[in-house]
Design a binder for this molecule. Structure first.
Ligand SMILES: [Zn+2]
Length: 224
C-alpha cells in the first residue's frame, strides 16, 4: 500500500470522534478484472485509507463497481455507478436478515459510540426493547420484557445475563442514575447486542442457507 504522493483530501464523517472534516488520504490500494490475466467479468475494487486530523484514527473506505452497474442514457452516453462503504470503523450491520427498525436503532448506537456514551447506551437499550418486542414480548417495561424472554428461553443463559447489564446501563443513561459509565461499558454493550442480533437473526438465516447448499451437495453425490 502506498502512503506517500497522496495529496487528496475529502470531507468524511469520522465515526471515531464524530467530526465531519476534510481528511487527508494516507493510503490507497486497488485491484480488478484489469489485473487478472483472464477475466470474463469486469469489476473494480478500490480501498482508501483516511486519517482524521482531530482524533488521529483511521477510516477505511471500499469503492466497488462492475459491469452490471453500467447504464446507458442513450446510444452514446454511459453512466457507471459504484458502491461506496466505510469498512472501518464498523458503523452498520451488513445483513438483510435484521429487521429494519432494529438495524436502524443499532446503527444509530454504532455511529455515536465514541461521541456520546449516554446517548449510545440509550440507543442500545432501545435496540434491545425492539428485539424483544419483535420476538414476542408483549409487556410494557423492559424489565418485564426481559422476564418474558427468560421464561420462554429466547436466549442462552450467557446472553440473558447481558440483558440485565444493558437495562441497568441504559436506565443510568436515561435517568441520570449514580452508576458511572465509561467507554469500556459502551464498547461491551455494543458487542453484546451485536451477539444477540447475530444469534436471533443472522445465524438462523446463515444456517438455513448452508442447509440448502449441503442438501444440494448430498443430492448430487453419486449413488452407491
Ligand atoms: Zn476523528
Amino acid at each position: 500500500m502506498r502512503s506517500c504522493d497522496l495529496p487528496e483530501e475529502e470531507i468524511i464523517k469520522c465515526f471515531h470522534c464524530g467530526n465531519e472534516t476534510p481528511m487527508p488520504k494516507v493510503g490507497e490500494y486497488s485491484w480488478g478484472s484489469r489485473d487478472e490475466e483472464f477475466s470474463d467479468f469486469d469489476f473494480f475494487y478500490k480501498y482508501e485509507l483516511f486519517a482524521c486530523p482531530v482524533c488521529h484514527k483511521v477510516t477505511l473506505r471500499e469503492i466497488y463497481s462492475d459491469e452490471t452497474m453500467i447504464g446507458y442514457f442513450d446510444r452514446y452516453q454511459v453512466r457507471c455507478d459504484e458502491t461506496n462503504r466505510i469498512l472501518f470503523p464498523l458503523n452498520t450491520i451488513d445483513s438483510a436478515s435484521v429487521p429494519g427498525a432494529i438495524k436502524k436503532s443499532y446503527d444509530a448506537a454504532l455511529k455515536i459510540k465514541c461521541i456520546d456514551e449516554y446517548a449510545c447506551l440509550m440507543s442500545i437499550r432501545r435496540t434491545l426493547e425492539l428485539i424483544l418486542k419483535d420476538n414476542g414480548a408483549t409487556k410494557w417495561g423492559l424489565s418485564d420484557k426481559i422476564k418474558e424472554a427468560a421464561k420462554k428461553e429466547l436466549l442462552p443463559d450467557t446472553l440473558m445475563e447481558a440483558l440485565e447489564w444493558i437495562k441497568q446501563l441504559g436506565d443510568t443513561a436515561a435517568h441520570d442514575k449514580k452508576l458511572e459509565v465509561d467507554q469500556y461499558d459502551v464498547e461491551n454493550m455494543i458487542e453484546f447486542v451485536g451477539f444477540i442480533i447475530k444469534y436471533l437473526y443472522i445465524m438462523p438465516d446463515k444456517m438455513k442457507e448452508y442447509k440448502k447448499h449441503f442438501k444440494r451437495k448430498l443430492d448430487a453425490m453419486p449413488k452407491e
